[in-house]
Design a binder for this molecule. Structure first.
Ligand SMILES: Cc1cc2nc3c(=O)[nH]c(=O)nc-3n(C[C@H](O)[C@H](O)[C@H](O)COP(=O)(O)OP(=O)(O)OC[C@H]3O[C@@H](n4cnc5c(N)ncnc54)[C@H](O)[C@@H]3O)c2cc1C
Ligand SMILES: NC(=O)c1ccc[n+]([C@@H]2O[C@H](COP(=O)([O-])OP(=O)(O)OC[C@H]3O[C@@H](n4cnc5c(N)ncnc54)[C@H](O)[C@@H]3O)[C@@H](O)[C@H]2O)c1
Length: 468
């Protein structure tokens, strides 16, 4: 029986464990903090739960235009204590579900911090040591395959170290007793944009310190522009092209000093300036596991590292930091290690979503990464032209579709809308399966529905389908 040790119990680790157990391997997961990993306990699940509450509050507040009346519709507010308890409760419950599922599949779970301890390089067998929470060395496991799935932690900016009270990282916010009076969010990547949008929706005045010309520099520019406009229209402020040099406590709150001499004051600062891969203490160098300049473990498309029998998956590899990608990398590693037929990961088919208001969902080819001169047809349909959107008073957003000029094959898309995370699936399916604009155009969409804009976008591009 193949003996597999998985270091880290986040989406990369636990999904890999499920596949390996299903294939009959002897599986041990070593986890430091709790099953589900940062994804379930502190990052993805908690932030989306907070955003769900804030978004509902905004929907209620905005509903007067639909004809809703009631004394307090425009003044409803969030009870932070209830929200925080719900966030933590859901995270713990999901973590318990994952634990249960793994135990049910016969996976052994060991609490502790793991490190590789191969004494000689190049052997077919590997060794993993467990350190208990008291720092004492525990058991050493011998195995045929190791999966490194240790994730990433918040990057700390020197001079702006979180103190858990006023200077926060995104894992601290669920311990606040009161809503910030004025939140300064430093960093306008996906994490910063989501929290800035979420807190603004929750009624908190927010200033977003954005070091770039536009927030969400990695996203479609039209999409980022819509999110920025909506944020400003709701009263959010953006310190454009502002790079934080330091964050300090003041009598009333915090002061963020920018590198160009400007300052931004607020009651709290939320640091969202990126992540660092969790590789410290793993003994990677000693075991010959190659890491990149950024500190990520180098892997190929079937999650192999530079050492035979040692695989890596998830945020520690820096390949698209998404729970869905982490999980797929983990599964692929196990299929490969256990001799199953395996398709290397196809990053061009990854769907991603930014949970701002409105949401931005993307899949496949994007305008920003398109090499010059590639013959693609593009259509962009504003949400405001969609009948269902008009009924719900949704004005901000669009559907964008990219298709190959010669064949009409759909190669990418962007949806900007409330619930874009649900609407992107037909485009993701088209990109994954090589469907054409004509396939989309001939698909029945419900009338009226937001997804009708996707089939309509297909019809607009049908002229490009020369082979139809
Ligand atoms: C605020 C925020 C929101 C996000 N929202 C989304 C989202 O909506 N959708 C999405 O797809 N992605 C989202 N992400 C990204 C997603 O959370 C990550 O891509 C995902 O957590 C990666 O999974 P992982 O298994 O690689 O690592 P993790 O989830 O970080 O799990 C790694 C685990 O390994 C453990 N560990 C580390 N070192 C050791 C060791 N030496 N020994 C034992 N255990 C160890 C850690 O304790 C941790 O539990 C978000 C990220 C952030 C920061
Ligand atoms: N919905 C989701 O799927 C989701 C949500 C959150 C995060 N994530 C993923 O997690 C990863 C990390 O995202 P992130 O947003 O935390 O990090 P990031 O690295 O993507 O963005 C950090 C931003 O902070 C800026 N920055 C750095 N130093 C700064 C300074 N001193 N002052 C001002 N700005 C500064 C950077 O220019 C960058 O734009 C990403 O891959 C992201 O896709 C995904």
């Amino acid at each position: 029986m193949t003996r597999i040790v998985i270091i880290g119990g986040g989406p990369a680790g636990y999904e890999a464990a499920l596949v390996a157990a299903q294939l009959g391997a002897e599986v041990t997961v070593i986890e430091r903090d709790g099953l589900g990993g940062a994804s379930v306990l502190t990052d993805c699940v908690p932030s989306k739960t907070l955003i769900a509450a804030a978004g509902t509050m905004t929907s209620v507040r905005d509903s007067a235009v639909l004809g809703l009346r009631g004394a307090d519709v425009s003044t409803v507010a969030l009870d932070l204590g209830t929200v925080n308890r719900r966030v933590k409760g859901l995270a713990m419950a999901q973590s318990a579900d994952i634990r249960e599922r793994l135990l049910g599949e016969g996976v052994r779970i060991v609490a502790g911090t793991a490190r590789l301890s191969d004494e000689i390089r190049g052997l077919a067998e590997h060794r993993v040591e467990v350190i208990g929470s008291d720092g004492a060395a525990g058991e050493t496991l011998e195995c045929d395959v190791v999966l490194i799935a240790t994730g990433a932690d918040p990057r700390v900016l020197a001079g702006a170290e979180p103190d858990g009270e006023r200077i926060l990282d995104w894992r601290d916010v669920y311990d606040l007793d009161e809503m910030p009076e004025h939140l300064v969010v430093v960093g306008s990547g996906v994490t910063g944009a989501e929290f800035a949008s979420g807190y603004l929706e929750a009624g908190v005045p927010v200033t977003l310190v954005s070091s770039r010309d536009q927030v969400l520099p990695g996203e479609d520019s039209d999409a980022a522009a819509v999110v920025e406009e909506v944020f400003k229209a709701r009263g959010g402020r953006i310190a454009e092209r502002g790079r934080a040099a330091s964050v300090t406590r003041t009598e009333k709150g915090v002061r963020v000093d920018l590198t160009d001499g400007r300052t931004v004051e607020g009651s709290h600062a939320l640091m969202t300036v990126g992540t660092v891969p969790n590789t410290a203490g793993l003994n990677l160098e000693q075991c010959g596991v190659a890491v990149s300049e950024s500190g990520h473990v180098v892997v190929d498309r079937v999650s192999r590292t530079s050492v035979s029998g040692i695989y890596a998956a998830g945020d520690v590899t820096g390949v698209f930091q998404l729970a869905s990608v982490a999980a797929m990398q983990g599964r692929i590693a196990m299929w490969h290690a256990l001799g199953e037929a395996v398709t290397p990961i196809r990053l061009k088919t990854v769907a991603a979503n930014v949970f701002t208001h409105p949401e931005i969902a993307t899949v496949g080819v994007q305008e920003k990464s398109l090499p010059e001169g590639v013959p693609l047809d593009v259509v962009r349909l504003p949400l405001a032209t969609n009948a269902r959107a008009k009924m719900s008073d949704l004005r901000d957003g669009f559907v964008k579709l990219f298709a190959r000029q010669a064949t009409g094959v759909v190669v990418g898309g962007v949806v900007v809308a409330p619930g874009a995370s649900e609407l992107i699936l037909p485009i993701a399916l088209a990109v994954t399966k090589g469907l054409t604009v004509s396939d989309l155009a001939h698909t029945f969409a419900i009338y009226p529905s937001l997804s009708g804009s996707i089939t309509e976008a297909g019809r607009r591009l049908m002229g490009a389908d020369a082979l139809a």
